[in-house]
Design a protein around this ligand. Sequence first.
Ligand SMILES: [Mn+2]
Length: 278
Amino acid sequence: MAVYAIGDVHGCLPELQALLAQIDFRPQRDRLLFVGDILNRGPDSLGTVRFVRDLGEGAITLLGNHEARAIMGMSGLADGFFQSHLGALAQAPDAARILSWLRALPLMHREASLGVTMVHAGLYPDWTMADAFAFAARLSAVLRDDAGLTRLLAGFREPFPEQEPDDPDEMARLRFALAVMTRIRYCTPEGRLVWANPAGLAESPPDWTPWYGMRPLPEPEVMVYGHWAAAGLTIGGGYYGLDSGCVYGGKLTALRLDHPERPRFQVPCPCYVKPEIG
Ligand SMILES: [Mn+2]
């Protein structure tokens, strides 16, 4: 048995299948942990969602910002926000089943025997791990509930707060947690989150800190995340950033978690889209 974390697929289904062939993935034997953003931007969101969904219990997929976007669009909560790449999802004969599947995706995953925690983008500097899992569990409950989903996502849009809101409305706190877990990148020296997406680490102000720089991990804990394509494959301090920009002509990455050296496997990808905000 092998356990692999897989970076942001973004609808690049042939590349995902090539990567799984490279690692000789066997659904009856191995497990896959997707960091989220399996859909949008790339050419085959519908095929990728069906492929990953049909892996059943052999795969766990985290909710990324693009899954959140798809849920909003398919639930009628994203006027003028719904991207054309996702239209195929809404028009599919199994659209209702896909939406249910997306709403059930977890925000975080813990692989306790391996000391591995996963989240799509990252965690707020002030949160303990218990805080983060409590937010993740509450968000999952709300996303599965029709009234909760509407209350949560109807108001989910930028600008997001730069610091955790001290708001009596639980939905405001949950929206912030959802934004953090699916979109966080940088913090300023004053502890404010930067929601803009600079082109790359080299072009950001030198005093900005990536979120993981604010959260030293006790050894031998490991955190795996995705989302930050501009940073590319980023490894250090127990953190593994796996978005190696497949949809931008980079690579799709698998990280074997149950091996002491945590070997990486990659396939090159054609450039489907230009980098852009978001
Ligand atoms: Mn993302």
